[in-house]
Design a binder for this molecule. Structure first.
Ligand code: PLP
Length: 407
């Protein structure tokens, strides 16, 4: 395994005891930890450059604006967009979905149309489409999930033959770890003129992502899952699609002219960024991209693969453990979701916490998927490049203790 353990020194939060034990943080799928370089970028911004962007003609505002817009270029290059004009800053994935499910959907969905999503979507890529189809009179349909945690691609083909206007699909499932064939899905949709939206919350910063290779129209992600601060993310919108879209929020900075009767709007991402943005968050996102690029996305992906396989092999050997998601050997995201016959997931996660192990328990914002797998919830261990095999060994030891305790 590519040894990235020296990078742990960059993460101050990892070096602490919880309940008298060294912290083992296996909840990066919910939110990743932040390296010193990102934390320092925020302090530097507030100590040296803080001023509103796009407004002033003074030095600090100019500096702040340049740094802010440079990050838009960084994001574009990080995810393979053709231009920084295709990058809208958002609060995160959820806001990206809601932007499209309001603006695009309000303009283009009508009664009789269909929107297709999958049975493994996070609520944030599900509820906004429920709302959008309810508003427009369109119908929401779901690609079923097979027992092995993959999408039923034959059913997808059948669904796409209907009057579908948009398909929205998660790139890597936060509950199963499944890596969906998003390139293939987008190609099938494109051949039928269907607009495509990919939820990249668990993919960006974990695997190399190239939106042009994927061939999607929209791609959303959150900074906080890839070493950046909370409250910042981005939505990629392909230029031709963005150009057709009306504004969403009205306010400062998204207009060309305003009279008492009407307004005209800027083109490009500015049209969707009303008001003062999270400038410091954007600066932190830029620092996170710099950091991840220095480590290397290939190395991060490889580390994730190896650590996850190591964990899965040890987990399945535990008595009464049921693993959800693709079988071992199938390429998947860096997480393992499981149930234990002897303990409810909340009891298990609380037990783990008494040992300094941070797991996630519950439905992981995928209630329909939990129902599909007849699991009230699961325990989830999710990994990032700062995690080690020794930490996985510690988790297995704690789970063995839990099995003895609850049996
Ligand atoms: N989509 C997936 C697959 C996720 O895992 C998450 C968060 O866990 C989201 C969307 C929502 O992300 P955020 O809460 O950062 O908007």
């Amino acid at each position: 395994m590519s040894d990235l353990s020296h990078l742990r020194a960059d993460f101050p939060i990892l070096h602490q005891q919880v309940a008298g034990h060294p912290l083992v943080y296996f909840d990066s799928a919910a939110s990743s930890q932040k390296p010193r370089q990102v934390i320092d970028s925020l302090v530097h911004y507030y100590e040296h450059d803080n001023a509103n962007v796009h407004r002033g003609l003074h030095e600090l505002s100019n500096r702040s604006t340049t740094n802010f817009e440079n990050v838009r270029k960084k994001v574009a290059s990080f995810i393979g967009a053709a231009s920084d004009e295709e990058i809208i800053f958002t609060r995160g994935t959820t806001e990206g979905v809601n932007l499209v499910a309001n603006v695009w959907a309000n303009q283009f969905l009508k009664p009789g149309d269909e929107v297709v999503i999958t049975g493994m979507e996070h609520h944030s890529n599900l509820v906004p489409w429920q709302l959008a189809t309810q508003r427009s009179g369109a119908t929401l349909k779901y690609v079923p999930v097979l027992d092995d945690g993959t999408l039923d691609m034959a059913a997808l083909d059948e669904l796409l033959a209907g009057p579908v206007k948009l398909i929205a699909c998660v790139h890597i499932s936060n509950s199963l770890g499944t890596k969906n064939p998003v390139q293939e899905i987008c190609a099938k949709a494109k051949a039928r003129g269907i607009t495509t939206f990919i939820d990249g919350a668990q993919a960006v910063g974990h695997v190399p992502v190239n939106v042009r290779e994927i061939g999607c129209d929209f791609y959303a992600f959150s900074g906080h899952k890839m070493c950046a601060p909370t409250g910042i993310g981005a939505l990629y919108a392909r230029a031709e699609v963005m150009d057709q879209m009306q504004p969403w929020h009205g306010g400062g900075e998204m207009i060309e002219t305003v009279t008492m009767e009407r307004s005209t709007y800027k083109s490009g991402p500015a049209r969707f960024e009303a008001g003062t943005p999270d400038i410091a968050g954007v600066i932190g996102l830029g620092a996170a991209i710099d950091y991840l690029e220095r480590v290397g996305l290939e190395a991060i992906q490889e580390h994730g693969r190896e650590l996850t396989t190591y964990a899965l092999e040890k987990l399945v050997a535990l008595p009464g453990l049921r693993l959800l998601g693709p079988p071992i050997g199938v390429d998947r995201g860096s997480l393992a979701a499981f149930t234990l016959a002897c303990a409810h997931t909340h009891d298990l996660v609380e037990f783990a916490n008494t040992q300094g192990l941070a797991l996630r328990g519950g439905h992981h914002c995928t209630q329909p998927l939990m129902k599909r797998f007849k699991a009230p919830g699961t325990s989830r261990a999710s990994f990032y490049f700062y995690n080690t095999k020794a930490e996985v060994d510690r988790m297995i030891d704690i789970l063995q203790q839990a099995i003895a305790f609850f049996s």
